[in-house]
Design a protein around this ligand. Structure first.
Ligand SMILES: Cc1ncc(COP(=O)(O)O)c(C=O)c1O
Length: 440
């Protein structure tokens, strides 16, 4: 049988272009460009921490959305070129491949961060930490950190000195922990409040920086209808840290939140923000690359500021984006239940096991004995269907990922239109039937 002519791509983790607030962006650009007071500054180099009005508006917006125990201050925010660019900047400012022992990453993990860590000098020092429905396994992380400490004490690695110049604005952490606490990519899992607190305490004990990739944090919705979707937003680690056990243990703290407008306004804008203690944010904006030219995306910052100044962004997230995410998620869940009715199909996040779900992805568990690689290859070959193969999300160097991971595929419900989401799941059903028949 020939593969269908048109492709269905359930791998691509992009927002569908038609969901982006392009008309509003046009208005914001025209408005800002016709304002003489803004124009001169916007086309020049900007401040190291980024466009001040945008930083101020982000701090108010986040405070309004999350109601953290302590309101977020403007000097706890700096503007970035998006989460990926800023991950590299964080490593530049706060890690050292000689002094920093290892990078601990949640597994399964967003695959495109691996090279960022490798580029920063940590090739072959990426360590997986397993995850379950409650998020990263913090006890497993602590056991590994302790084992690493004992091993390094014996081999005197702990005596290594940082190779970077010491500056009052800089600190080098001994460990880096990378996680996606809410609606993780690829698993859709969310870390519980108790694990968030446990993670901060572990980070403090082992001199670790927790980099929270919070890019999906705003995109959550209740599995049962309620009037206020915002009330379902879990508190971010960066906010919890402010008051946990009397607050940060030093002026830099142990948590940074990496936020992004990519999934809210459009990836092409290449703009995001970081939130941490004021000293951490100052240090982050003092890297050589930022001091020569100011924060990235300065012109775009002035346009995006209008989205916050007028309150448009929050309204758009609540009334359009979340509704659209939630509708597409439900369409995919219904299609899975209808067309993949093999007995042992399961997936996360599952609306039957969660009061709140979110993000862009469903992490589907294949029926035994099928494996992800086999299913993805056959889907491409016979159904013109692109799926996210689980091996992509395994931390490089980990030769024995949990068995569960090898039987998963990632499905994105935000790129293709709804009819293609259903068509994609139907095609996946045909692939599974075919492969199951072959094994019998
Ligand atoms: C977990 C995660 N972090 C970061 C990014 C990229 O963010 P940005 O566009 O802000 O670099 C993505 C994009 O898919 C992602 O899934």
């Amino acid at each position: 049988m020939e593969a269908p002519q048109y492709e269905v791509d359930l791998f691509k983790g992009w927002p569908a272009t038609k969901l982006l607030p392009i008309d509003y962006l046009k208005t914001a650009v025209a408005k800002k460009l016709s304002d003489k007071t803004i124009l001169d500054g916007a086309f020049g180099y900007g401040p190291n921490e980024g466009h001040f009005p945008l930083r101020e508006n982000i701090s108010k917006w986040l405070t309004g959305h999350y109601s953290p125990p302590v309101p977020i201050q403007t000097d706890q925010i700096c503007i970035t070129g998006g989460a990926s660019q800023n991950l590299a900047s964080i490593l530049q400012a706060y890690s050292d491949p000689v002094y920093t022992e290892a990078i601990w990453l949640v597994e399964p993990c967003y695959h495109l961060v691996f090279r960022v860590f490798e580029d920063a000098g940590f090739y072959s020092r990426l360590k997986p930490v397993p995850e379950d429905e409650g998020g990263m396994d913090i006890e497993a992380l602590e056991r590994s950190l302790e084992a690493s400490r004992l091993a390094n004490d014996e081999s005197n690695v702990a005596q290594q000195k940082s190779t970077k110049s010491s500056r009052p604005s800089r600190k080098t952490y001994r460990h880096i922990i990378y996680c996606i606490p809410s609606f993780s990519n690829p698993s859709g899992n969310t870390m519980s409040r108790s694990r968030r607190e446990a993670l901060i305490r572990v980070a403090r004990r082992y001199d670790a920086l927790v980099i929270c990739d919070d890019v999906y944090d705003f995109l959550c919705w209740p599995t049962e209808p309620t009037n206020n979707p915002a009330s379902n937003a879990p508190l971010r680690l960066v906010d919890i840290e402010q008051t946990l056990d009397n607050g940060p243990i030093d002026r830099f703290g142990n948590v940074v939140s990496n936020g992004s407008f990519s999934k809210l306004i459009g990836p092409g804008c290449r703009i995001g923000w970081a939130q941490a203690t004021d000293s951490f944010i100052f240090g982050l904006s003092e890297t050589g690359q930022t001091r020569s030219g100011g924060a990235p995306s300065h012109l775009m910052s002035t346009f995006i500021d209008d989205f916050l100044e007028t309150g448009f962004l929050q309204q758009y997230i609540e009334t359009i984006l979340i509704r659209e995410c939630s509708r597409r998620y439900s369409v995919m869940v219904s299609a899975i239940r209808k067309y993949l009715d093999c007995v042992d199909i399961s997936f996360s996040p599952d609306p039957d096991h969660n009061t709140t779900v979110g993000g862009y992805y469903i992490w589907l568990k294949l029926p035994s004995p099928l494996l992800s690689e086999q299913v993805c290859a056959r889907a491409m070959e016979t159904q013109n269907l692109v799926l996210g193969c689980s091996s992509l999300f395994v931390v490089p160097g980990n030769c024995s990922p949990m068995e569960d991971v090898s039987r998963r595929v990632r499905l994105c419900f935000m790129w293709e239109d709804e009819d293609k989401l259903v068509e994609g799941i139907k095609r996946l059903g045909a692939v599974l039937d075919e492969l199951i028949n072959e094994t019998q």
